[in-house]
Design a protein around this ligand. Structure first.
Ligand SMILES: CC(C)(COP(=O)(O)OP(=O)(O)OC[C@H]1O[C@@H](n2cnc3c(N)ncnc32)[C@H](O)[C@@H]1OP(=O)(O)O)[C@@H](O)C(=O)NCCC(=O)NCCS
Length: 375
């Protein structure tokens, strides 16, 4: 029997740098392209069953293998990602700041890691292997199964199978999104890894390549991808005003810079956040208007900007991740924004996140798009 263990496609938490264990983040547009590449990789390969965890990013990925074969995806929560308890949907930067001891264990000594309301690596390995062994006993020797799961869950399972000391799951590299590990199950039920984390079908769609860091140095995340933390803008009004004015200059506002009194009023009445590096450097701002799209159960990003020196380093993506999180916490199902049609970088960022154009309009002589992202 052959079992293909596959990591889910790129999902929002992978690019917004947030702790998404059981949090049910959606696939990104690039993630859906990865699913197509995965489906192509499996062209001509017979599959008898397709399994996935209950999380959307896994079962959407699995559907690209199941649907062309007329199969239904079999959902089994034992293959879900590690539950991250009170860390769920917080930025990794905040997690590192607010839980330094647990973060250190999570990164360097995972076997000792535990977090309130979360799971341990050992619990994940136990439930995953129980599911895998049941699968090996259910199907016959000639059958072929695909199973879509998650990064840490897969590493726990592969670590067990390879008998890599469980104390060193970091000895196994992170698997790319939609990476494929091939397991051969011999007639006596022994599990053998034939190929680990193969991502050759991805090419330029690879999320790992975009992360710009070697697969093995998970603790030395390239500064370009350092996860940010978000402080309430109202707690540092001077910095927030400076950042806001930098955005004003970049997007050319009719009538010059926004008056300080107006900014003050906005920041004190609307959820607004300053993005900071681990070194406390303020490098971006986002302001969320909960009134503007309320009639369509949306939240509106009214200000978004990154300091000039830090642009193109995924700060904008993480600021939108923060806005998505705030909107969801307020029960909103949609994020909206307006953008000048000539603002190419902003448009590229919004499209990368999955925003689509709702309509076009003109404002103060500028052609603009109203864009929206379903949450
Ligand atoms: C628009 C803005 C917020 C983007 O923030 P950012 O931190 O530079 O964006 P990111 O690094 O997160 O970029 C994410 C994506 O946006 C696009 N993008 C961002 N900067 C780009 C650039 N210089 N060239 C091409 N594409 C770019 C790319 O698609 C990129 O994805 P990739 O890294 O996979 O290629 C930032 O450029 C900015 O502050 N501009 C001035 C203010 C502004 O225009 N605000 C928006 C008003 S609607």
């Amino acid at each position: 029997m052959t079992i293909y263990l596959i990591r889910h496609c790129e999902a929002e938490g992978n690019i917004t740098r947030r702790a998404h264990g059981h949090f049910d983040g959606k696939p990104t547009p690039n993630g859906l392209r990865q699913c197509q590449a995965l489906a192509k990789r499996f062209d001509g390969i017979h599959l008898d069953a397709v399994y996935a965890s209950h999380l959307t990013r896994a079962n959407v990925t699995a559907s690209y293998l199941a649907a062309p074969r007329g199969l239904n995806v079999i959902i089994d929560p034992r293959f879900a990602e590690i539950g991250l308890g009170v860390w769920e949907d917080r930025s990794w930067g905040e997690v590192a700041r607010d839980y330094p001891q647990e973060w250190d264990l999570f990164s360097k000594e995972p076997w000792n890691f535990s977090i309130e309301s979360g799971e341990s690596y050992r619990q994940v390995a136990d439930r995953f292997m129980a599911g895998l062994r049941e699968m090996a006993a259910t199907y016959n020797h000639s059958e072929v199964i695909a199973l879509v799961s998650h990064s840490l869950a897969l590493r726990c399972a592969v670590g067990r199978i390879l008998d890599v000391p469980f104390e060193q799951p970091d000895g196994l590299s992170h698997c790319d999104n939609t990476g494929v590990t091939t397991i051969n199950v011999s007639e006596d039920g022994a599990l053998n890894i034939e190929k680990y984390a193969c991502n050759t079908h991805l090419g330029e769609l690879s999320t790992q390549a975009k992360l710009k860091r070697p697969l093995l140095d998970s603790h030395e995340i390239n500064r370009a991808w350092a996860a940010l933390r978000f402080d309430r803008a109202v707690d540092d009004m001077d910095t927030a005003i400076k950042l806001w004015h930098e955005v004003d200059c970049a997007v050319h506002r009719v009538g010059g810079l926004c008056p300080i009194e107006t900014i003050h009023e906005e920041l004190t009445t609307k959820p607004s956040y300053i993005a900071r590096t681990a070194e406390n450097e303020p490098i971006g701002i986002v302001v969320i208007n909960l009134d503007k799209s309320a009639a369509e159960n949306g939240a509106h990003i009214s200000v978004l900007g990154v300091t000039e020196a830090q642009r193109g380093r995924s700060v904008g993506v993480q600021l939108i991740g923060q806005a998505m999180s705030v909107a969801r916490k307020h029960g909103r199902s949609k994020l909206t924004l307006s953008v000048t049609q000539s603002n190419e970088h902003a448009l590229a960022l919004y499209r990368k996140m999955g925003f689509i154009v709702a309509y076009e309009f003109e404002q103060h002589g500028y052609q603009k798009y109203r864009m929206e992202l379903m949450l």
